[in-house]
Ligand binder design. Sequence first.
Ligand code: COS
Length: 380
Amino acid sequence: MDFTLSEEQLMIQQAARDFAQTELLPGVIERDDAQKFPEEQIKKLGELGFLGMMVDPKYGGSGLDTLSYAIAMEELSKVDASSSVVVSVNNSLVCWGLEAFASEAQKQKYLTKLTTGEMIGAFCLSEPEAGSDATSQKTTAIDKGDHYLLNGTKNWITNGSTAGVYLVIAQTDIEKGHKGINALIVEKGTPGFEIGPKENKLGIRGSDTHSLMFNDVKVPKENRIGEDGFGFKFAMKTLSGGRIGIAAQALGIAAGAYELALKYSKERKSFGTEICNHQAIAFKLADMHTEIEAARLLVYKAALDKDNGNNYDLSSAMAKLFASKVAMDTTVEAVQIHGGNGFVKDYHVERLMRDAKITQIYEGTSEIQKIVISRSIIKQ
Ligand code: COS
């Protein structure tokens, strides 16, 4: 088994690392404080090809593998998870979903703009009463011949007000259960489509999270993705890949906090020596380093499963479950190692700790990942 990254993957890693230091780090604390969307940064990420990393160059994408994408996500997330969530949603939920399942006309119309950052996308599945229980969609898309009439509310939508295009999951035929669900492409500005107020969040405060309201929104039939009734499977398949992106984000948050804690522990002195020389701190660093490496291997395994054409539902769920726990545990310990300074915004680790929490919630909570994992191993 060869764990060596290719020259191309190393270059992407370095490019993402450089971008994080030069473009994301300046102002990251202020953006978090002010809940300011990283507009300029996302524009530059689009120009550099980070928004459509896995998409075929014929649609403006970078034509890279999933492992390269995961490596880039780790590096960006070490510094700014509010920006990296935009990268993750646009790449794995929106661009990948469209490239894999949309019609050629839909790809030409939307994908070519989404890969370059000319517009970004949003993925709209969660509802006030259907987050984990995703088959219980209350939003309806009633078939009216040449269009669907869309009604309902979506919650906690990343890129809620900044997206140009929204992939909306809705129930067309309640009798058919999950087989009666469709995925529709809805453009911003369509009459009846309203964007609710921005959520005031614990973490990833720079990201743009809103509820969305659809009141008699007419969506042309040609905006349906796939066959009639394919919407639930579309959401599930897309989320399996999305979980690799979020697992890589969690890995990056953990690695970023660990790197800061290691550096701090080599500088800060107590009892006449650098605190890394105290076993209480050294053992924390040992645990953090080991757990981060284990999380990285799970993330890489899931990415390689996807690249090699293997089923990745199980490996992506395991990667997300484990990496998000490592992110939470590591960031809490990084704050502890920083002591009083860890509680102060200037040292970054408190923000990483707040950002870590969402990785155990979005794109399937840790409990949902355990459902996916346990069903898979029991079936084997
Ligand atoms: N890929 C393809 N199809 C899938 C799938 C996957 N990863 N997971 C489930 N399906 C299919 C099943 O095969 C089944 O189809 P058939 O009836 O044709 O066999 C169908 O989808 C329904 O699956 P299931 O019966 O397992 O549905 P459940 O209601 O039990 O729910 C879970 C399954 C819990 C796994 C699903 O609802 C889920 O992932 N929920 C979390 C959603 C989520 O991540 N929300 C966050 C919002 S996005 S930020």
